[in-house]
Ligand binder design. Structure first.
Ligand code: FAD
Length: 472
């Protein structure tokens, strides 16, 4: 069978489906192809959404445990892993099914199958029903996303060794779990298992958790995460995994290692993700992959092949769903004849641990690395009324400010709800707000959002709830 389409979108993740839906809304004839039954991609099927459903459960367990401190004692929680899995699957089912409906309503021709390029203007799709369809297109948007990275030598073939996809399956709650990699995926999934009863050890090769995030924010998070985990090994490398009868024997190497060989029931490898750029005939087009393994694109998401655009995880960091969607919209607008460019002032990032850690725009670390002069204003949540009512003073809000203009270049936050609140920082940066704008914006009381206004007041040396005169 052979068909023609105006726009072909390969990959139905947050980048692909955002692009396909906008293109249909703009009147284009759209075909979208993905290997899953419905659109959603990694984010909905085995990423953002299932992990957040499980983190919600972890939060309930921890809150119930900690309620004793303030006068309510619940019994020891009984964990029904089958019901947890059902809840997580139902969340995924609702959202992916909803996307299937939205595709239908918009008359997007969704094909379940794997696309392989024949040349620059046609693909062959091996469909899930066993048939093959050739699709010719005017333009294609490539959005094939990413998969977990493998560590040479460590990715052994054992049911006890999982990647993030396996960990999200929640087949059981191992007694002892090793998480290899102290990035956001490892910490999020490690927190879930720890809250559900596993003794979790996190091992990170560098000297701190969440490499890339500002250290003062990480310090707040690390304090609580350390109390949740059974151990965190920094500056430590896993050099060997070996399956034995009782579990996985792990060899550690590093200056701080005291017990170089340990046994775990399961191991989660979460050491990053790699773009999917092979195995689907990309070499039959003029698309170029750069030295870092990503598809090379310009600011309009155009590849080296005039018929093909690329978006999302395959075009580079940060590998985040909202970045993929924003790029998808730019690609469609360009195809539609608009002068659109992907040049955001910021892309927010959130680590959904407890506490959450989030930032938008320039980080202090990045400013240092690039030699950009900045001023910093910080408001610790110890002085926040709302944080105190929640018994969660473990938080910090900080502003990264351009000297002279007082423009907000970056916002960093750690604390409960930081992931939602960072949106205010994102808007402030996009609107080129300055510190005065933030300090003059009346924020509702008592809320955690007030910490944004308070951080701005700290900059001027007159935060109502904190005495910290401006340094002369
Ligand atoms: P993907 O979502 O990777 O989708 C690509 C799709 O293309 C897949 O469905 C794949 O089946 C399909 N495909 C590939 N090749 C072909 C082919 N040849 N033919 C047809 N279909 C093909 N991001 C956030 O922003 N927030 C979070 O909280 C967050 N949490 C995460 C948690 C975990 C555990 C993981 C693993 C990731 C998380 N991410 C999060 C990252 C996020 O999932 C990705 O950034 C996002 O999904 C990228 O979207 P994409 O459109 O580029 O591609």
């Amino acid at each position: 069978m052979s068909t023609k389409t105006e726009l072909l979108v390969i990959g139905g993740g947050p980048g692909g489906y955002a692009a396909a839906f906008l293109a249909a809304d703009l009147g284009m004839q759209v075909t979208m192809v993905d290997m899953e039954k419905y659109p959603g991609g990694v984010c909905l099927w085995r990423g953002c959404i299932p992990s957040k459903a499980l983190l919600h459960i972890a939060k309930l367990v921890k809150e119930a445990e900690e309620a004793e401190k303030i006068g309510i004692k619940f019994g020891k929680p009984e964990i029904d892993v089958n019901k947890i899995r059902e809840f997580k699957n139902s969340v995924v089912g609702k959202l992916t099914g909803g996307l299937g409906q939205l595709a239908k309503q918009r008359k997007v021709n969704f094909i379940q199958g794997k696309a392989t390029f024949i040349n620059s203007t046609s693909v062959s799709i091996a469909k899930s029903d066993g048939t093959t369809e050739t699709v010719e297109y005017n333009k294609a948007i490539l959005a094939t996303g990413s998969v977990p990275s493998k560590v040479p030598g460590l990715s052994i073939d054992s049911e006890r060794v999982m990647d993030s996809t396996g960990a999200l399956e929640m087949n059981n709650i191992p007694e002892k779990l090793l998480v290899v990699g102290g990035g956001y995926i490892g910490l999020e999934l490690g927190s879930v298992y720890a809250a559900l009863g596993s003794k979790v050890t996190v091992v990170e090769m560098t000297s701190g958790l969440l490499p890339g995030a500002d250290r003062d924010l990480v310090a707040v998070l690390a304090k609580r995460v350390t109390s949740l985990m059974s151990a965190i090994y920094l500056d430590t490398k896993v050099v060997e995994l070996k399956e034995v009868k009782e579990g996985i024997k792990v060899k550690f190497e590093g200056p701080k290692v005291t017990e170089p060989e340990q046994l775990f029931d399961k191991v989660l490898i979460s050491v990053g993700r790699r773009p999917v750029t092979t195995g689907f005939g990309i070499e039959n087009t003029k698309v170029k992959v750069n030295e870092r393994g990503f598809v090379a694109v310009d600011k309009q998401m155009k590849t080296a092949d005039t018929a093909i655009f690329a978006i999302g995880d395959i075009v580079g960091n940060p590998m985040l769903a909202h970045k993929a969607a924003a790029e998808g919209k730019v690609a469609v607008e360009v195809i539609h004849g608009e002068k659109s460019f992907f040049e955001p002032a910021q892309i927010p990032a959130v680590v959904f641990t407890d506490p959450e850690l989030a930032w938008a725009g320039l980080t202090e670390l990045e400013a240092k690395e690039k030699g950009i002069e900045v001023q910093i204003a910080k408001f610790p949540w110890g002085a926040s009324g709302r944080a105190t009512t929640l018994d969660r003073n473990d938080g910090l809000t900080k502003l990264i400010i351009e000297p002279g203009t007082e423009r907000i270049l970056g916002v960093g936050m750690v604390g409960v709800g930081a992931g939602d609140m960072i949106a205010e920082g994102a808007l402030a940066i996009e609107m080129a707000a300055n510190v005065k704008d933030l300090s003059l914006t009346i924020h509702p009381h008592p809320t955690l959002s007030e910490t944004m206004m308070a951080a701005a007041e700290v900059f001027y040396g007159h935060a109502t709830d904190m005495y910290r005169p401006k340094r002369k």
